[in-house]
Design a protein around this ligand. Sequence first.
Ligand SMILES: Cc1ncc(COP(=O)(O)O)c(C=O)c1O
Length: 451
Amino acid sequence: MKELLAETAERAACYVAAIGNRKVVPGVEDVARLESLGGALPEDSCDPAEILALLDEVGSPATVATTGGRYFGFVIGGVLPAALAANWLAGTWDQNACMRVMSPVAAKAEDIVREWTLGLLGLPASSAVGFVTCTTMANFSGLAAARSALLQRCGWNVEEDGLFGAPPIRVVVGQEVHVSVLKALSMVGLGRSRVTTVPADSQGRMRADALPPLDEHTLVCIQAGNVNTGAFDPAKEICARARDAGAWVHVDGAFGLWGALSPLYAPLLEGVNLADSWAIDCHKWMNVPQDSGLVVVREPEHLRRALSAGNAAYLTQSAEREPWQYTPDSSRRARGIELWAAMRSLGRSGLRKMIERNCRQARLFADRLRAAGFAILNDVVLNQVLVSFGSPEETRRVIAAIQADGTCWCGGTQWQGHTAMRISVSSWATTDDDVERSVAAMIRIAKSDKK
Ligand SMILES: Cc1ncc(COP(=O)(O)O)c(C=O)c1O
């Protein structure tokens, strides 16, 4: 075992050392070689070292270099060194984070990260926090709590009696609602199409002046950080209206909520802490390994009621916080440990600097591209940039050529009728040199073979 782990460490270190010098995407031949991992399942066992070698030799070249500094697709973070190290050690421990009795260390890490996160983001200190896989599941969990609370007010117990025959809940979303909120609405039985949609402004912000009348049976889903523009819905106005009416506000704050870490961006989030539930991502801007999100609910009882499983004689319940009472799943890996390591290693000022650096780098991208004559389609308020290289066909050509070139990676989108390339700067590993190299490649490609 010791030799195997040492060999793993050696191979992983080589991967990390090479990441900055390779193309961001694998070659066609690298992807084709993945076939050699398949075939018929061997009848006999083999040495784990052979498995490791095969996985590294075939698998590593077929990865996308999201842990390098020049991946700007979707919204994807890298992995901080302390978080990766903690992930390895916690993987070795193989803890089940379901119940405190199964893993005191996993439960304690969650307790600490819960407290640190609420403090960092300025959310109510007594809120419940569940450690989930992603923002989609955090949205699902927050909306399940909202559904439970709103129906309880009408005397309906949705956990016991389900939704058939339940009083209706009105759901309000912005025109630029993220698709994961609609998916979560569909999964909690509220439906993705029976929503009232509020128009958005040119940056994608929900127009507070266009909100419909709200009441105590209304769920309002707002957004902190638009996936295309980075813009924030006006939380202060919306939450004030919702509070007066007794409505529930859920915030999809996947990456944007982390903006609260910096006094430069916190004003964009004014009033967001007045909401009732929040969905946050950790594998994006918190730069922990993939598969990490948080749901936060102001009044813990609603999340508990929505997600706790009930009793079984063999399951134990301590007087302390029991992790599985706040998540849709029961058995799961101890992802709180990586979060603890990420936060503990950077500290408050390190976390703030990471956020501020990425936002500054987003502005650097925008400035360079604008100076080269290309149109920036959004106000660069956070870490997201939208750029057009001309006609839709030309923008698509440039995106495809940038992806094939491999210096960096960016995806495309449609923004209010325009075809655009998205640049999302979300990795601790991105240096200013990475930005300059990437922008130079973008400009070279956009100016070559121009149709
Ligand atoms: C605003 C917003 N909400 C939700 C999500 C979905 O996040 P996840 O993939 O972690 O479920 C994203 C992903 O980029 C996002 O930007």
